[in-house]
Design a protein around this ligand. Structure first.
Ligand SMILES: Nc1ncnc2c1ncn2[C@@H]1O[C@H](COP(=O)(O)OP(=O)(O)OP(=O)(O)O)[C@@H](O)[C@H]1O
Ligand SMILES: [Mg+2]
Length: 236
């Protein structure tokens, strides 16, 4: 399926590691301002797709277009300049640096986002600005990782399991941040195992199985068919 004006258009993408192919032909579009939740069982290739979009993993076949420009052969920093930023699985903030310095080293590259706007979106980070990365709770680390990505001024934000390992109340806080970004028109592709969180932020879901997208539907439609969801995701 191809969408005119898609901010992110993935067509027939194959990718993997060494000799083994993980992505076997991914087709997925995310329209400008849309939020798509990428769902799927463990190990189906969700993170590999995020890494391939970012250029950490090379595209063997197919194309990845950002706002109409094919970036699939370009290095990561060029893709970032074209407007793609990632909040990686497992966060990875710089432990010895303060919140403020973690953010400061990411800033200065974007007209849209500066430190003040990040602190406004996530006041908790401002309160913790003098604390080091390793003194933060999981939720605060996740917000810091989001803040760093935003300071790159993305038009497309990739989030890989932002709720992973967080307490339910903290998942809600992080979800609220993503909702606000989506509400401001950010284009978002989010991998999410927490279905409640996925449904709260997404317009649409895409389900991956064995390295390809096997189902796409609107959130409301997806929620109506519990049997199909269970079949695709193996959850209750
Ligand atoms: N760096 C790597 N080198 C080799 N194989 C890898 C690497 N990363 C992932 N794989 C393999 O690629 C496949 C897909 O993994 P991937 O991490 O993309 O899945 P995932 O859907 O994100 O899983 P999860 O839900 O557990 O995060 C798995 O078989 C995994 O073992
Ligand atoms: Mg993953």
């Amino acid at each position: 399926m191809s969408t005119v004006g898609a901010d992110l258009q993935i067509t027939g993408v194959e990718a993997g590691y060494g000799g083994s192919t993980v992505l076997t032909g991914v087709d997925l579009d995310v329209a400008a301002g849309e939020t798509v939740a990428l769902l799927g069982r463990n190990g189906v290739g969700k993170t590999t797709l995020m890494s391939t979009i970012m250029g950490f993993v090379p595209t063997l076949r197919g194309s990845i277009e950002v706002a109409g420009k094919d970036v699939s052969g370009l290095p990561t920093h060029v893709r970032a300049a074209e407007g793609v930023a990632i909040v990686p699985q497992g966060r990875r903030v710089f432990a010895p640096l303060t919140v403020h310095n973690n953010l400061r080293i990411a800033s200065g590259r974007s007209g849209d986002w500066d430190l003040d706007r990040v602190y406004q979106l996530m006041p908790r980070l401002k309160e913790r600005r003098g604390n080091r990365g390793d003194q933060l709770s999981g939720g605060e680390q996740q917000m810091l990782a989001i803040g760093r990505a935003l300071l790159l001024g993305p038009r497309v934000l990739l989030l890989d399991e932002p709720s992973d390992g967080l307490a339910p109340v903290v998942v809600q806080q992080v979800t609220e941040v993503v909702r606000e970004l989506a509400g401001e028109g950010m284009t978002v592709l989010i991998v999410e195992q927490d279905l409640r969180a996925a449904f709260a932020v997404a317009d649409r879901v895409a389900v991956m199985e064995k390295g390809r997208i096997v189902h796409e539907s609107g959130v409301a439609d997806f929620r109506r068919d519990g049997d199909r969801a269970r079949r695709l995701l193996g959850v209750g």
